[in-house]
Design a protein around this ligand. Structure first.
Ligand code: DCP
Ligand code: MG
Length: 574
């Protein structure tokens, strides 16, 4: 597997002292379905002289905005500003990239340093032009790379944004003369296209950067309905083949049109059945089977039943088929009439050493309105701060990272996942053991945790790990924010706490960031291509169980021989 892009140098940067190309180079095809009528459509005959790479920070953008900005960046080329001869001027190709380090311009709706630093290292930010989405919209509208300084997203980065804007770089260079292009400039541009292709055609999802919202998101959502239906019906193998197709499409960087179908059908693992569904969508804008499933009473009931914590697909089918239940009211009546039985999460668990009640199915039913409600990012941050403040009172100096969908840039999460460690904890020592239990009990006493579904301590080392490897300590809970007069209602939220020994902290973060398919292929890649075993608890060499101790997430990727992929580009599921 190639990791060539780890040595990636921005073609634009390399272009700085080179002159525009005389002959047209390979260019990306325009989308057939560009709906933005007020935006001038590009003229195909104009040569492309370089690439400007954009990195989109998805935080604080709606799904619709993300989709719009992706589409603008993928389907338009721009001229450089202040050019003398605009009609024949070469164009700069815009390209999205998955890593801020590779980018020339960072597009973001974040305006505060503290918030931006959650996504980009501050020193790196000072080396880039950091602009608002308006820069992209206006530049595309005027088909010119507009001065970035006028659109600086952060006041304190305005100067560096002006310095690093490709418009000024390019102008300075182009003032030096006109004439033929260097052949290497063309090949670098072509090399970039090849690199992009190397990513989205990779066999493993952990090699394919996937945005939260992709240019073919509606198609992905329709396939997601069929996938879900297969899962609900217990057809897991078939569901997995939909998962695989979806994760490939999530990484596919162009809007799908009939001209692109031949390329899509060569992507690894997309079979004929999938191609016929995709073709149907491209032709008719819908997939009949998805519509039929979505409208079916059985799908609606099973989907609804499985939103209740403790009810999985097979229980849902039993409730539907054997007991004839159809609605939430049926479900409530059913569980009200029978003694509370332990959920599958409790069976086989050791007795929970916590006074917090277990979340039974009837209790989950009572809380369903709350638990169904998505958690906005601001509240995720608030929950994290409250949990860490309480933990600080038990043990100072703990480190934590919010993982899961939040870390991947989701605007709203279904639950909050936090990985916690202490830099000086020694794995397996008494300091580590029971920290989760202590915290859960404290939060329960403070009225911040109302239920616990699962609480596991560190397990003794198993045969595959050497003696100093411990599994993670996990607490799956229901959390509620403290009373606050400004909030009309306190909402119960799902909160997962994962405690890791220091040497497992970074693998736990990688393993819990997701998405599901990204993780699945991370494990597969490690096993098949690298002879390693990867999971949240660590990395070991399979042949002799030699453990590795990454000290950052970048080191996790390096150890696995993977190019870095930003968490916001690990969205390999719907
Ligand atoms: N995970 C996994 N395999 C699973 C379930 C989860 O690898 N079958 C990992 C990847 C997930 C992470 O754990 O991203 C957290 O799981 P969640 O169920 O909390 O999912 P997300 O956080 O991704 O989304 P959300 O909580 O918003 O539903
Ligand atoms: Mg989550």
């Amino acid at each position: 597997m190639s990791t060539a892009a780890s040595h990636y140098r921005s073609p634009f940067r390399q272009m700085k002292n080179k002159l525009p190309s005389e002959r047209p180079t390979k260019r990306r095809k325009m989308s057939d379905s560009d709906s933005s009528s007020e935006i001038a459509s590009p003229t195909p005959q104009i040569p492309i002289s370089g690439v400007v790479k954009l990195y989109l920070v998805q935080a604080k953008l709606t799904a619709q905005n993300i989709s719009e900005l992706f589409s603008l960046a993928e389907t338009h080329n721009l001229r450089v500003s202040k050019s003398q001869n605009r009609a024949t001027d070469p164009e700069i190709q815009l390209a999205l990239c998955s890593n801020p380090e590779e980018s020339d311009i960072v597009v973001t709706n974040v305006h505060m340093r503290q918030r931006l630093e959650r996504h980009i290292d501050w020193n790196l930010a000072k080396e880039k032009a950091i602009v608002t989405p308006e820069w992209l919209r206006d530049s595309v509208r005027q088909r010119t790379i507009l001065p970035c300084g006028d659109y600086a997203a952060l006041r304190e980065l305005k100067k560096t944004t002006v310095e690093h804007c490709p418009d000024s770089d390019y102008d300075a260079d182009s003032d030096q003369g006109t004439g033929g292009a260097s052949p290497s400039a063309r090949s670098e541009s072509e090399e970039h296209v090849e690199l992009t292709k190397a990513h989205y055609t990779s066999r493993y999802a952990c090699l394919r950067p996937c945005p939260l919202v992709c240019p073919n998101q509606q198609l992905v959502q329709q396939l997601g309905i069929i996938r879900r239906s297969r899962e609900l019906e217990g057809k897991d193998v078939n569901a997995l083949s939909y998962d695989r197709t979806i994760s490939l499409l999530k990484a596919y960087p162009y809007r799908l049109t009939s001209s692109k179908l031949p390329e899509v059908s060569t992507l690894p693992g997309i079979g004929e059945k999938m191609i016929s569904k995709i073709s149907e969508y491209v032709k008719h804008g819908r997939i009949r089977e998805s519509e039929t499933i979505a409208a079916s009473a059985r799908f609606k009931s099973l989907s609804e039943f499985t939103t209740i914590y403790g009810i999985g697909a097979s229980t849902a089918r039993k409730l539907f088929d054997t007991f004839g239940l159809r609605t939430m009211a049926d479900l409530e009546e059913h569980y009200a009439s029978r003694p509370a039985s332990p959920t599958h999460h409790q069976r086989g668990e050791r007795k929970l050493n916590t006074p917090a009640p277990v979340l039974s199915i009837p209790a989950a039913l009572e809380l369903r309105t709350d638990l169904d409600e998505k958690i906005p990012r601001a509240e995720v941050g608030l929950m994290h701060d409250i949990v860490m403040a309480e933990l600080g009172k038990l043990r100072s100096g703990c480190l934590s990272t919010i993982v899961g969908g939040y870390r991947r840039g989701k605007a709203e999460s279904n639950d909050v996942d936090i990985v916690i460690t202490h830099p000086t904890l020694v794995s397996g020592s008494d300091q580590v053991k029971g920290l989760g239990e202590l915290l859960v009990n404290r939060l329960y006493e403070r009225g911040l945790i109302t239920h616990v579904m699962h609480l596991s301590g560190f397990q003794p080392a198993n045969a595959l790990r050497t003696s100093h490897w411990d599994t993670l300590e996990k607490a799956l809970t229901v959390f509620i924010l403290p009373p606050d007069n400004s909030r009309s209602r306190r909402i119960h939220r799902r909160l997962d706490l994962i405690f890791a020994a220091p040497e497992a902290y970074w693998t736990a973060i990688t393993g819990w960031t997701g998405s599901k398919m990204f993780e699945r292929d991370l494990r597969l890649w490690a096993k098949v291509e690298r002879g390693l075993k990867f999971d949240s608890t660590g990395i070991t060499r399979r042949r002799d169980s030699k453990p590795y101790f990454p000290r950052s997430e970048k080191e996790v990727f390096d150890l696995l021989g993977l190019e870095w992929i930003d968490p916001t580009m690990r969205n390999a599921d719907v």
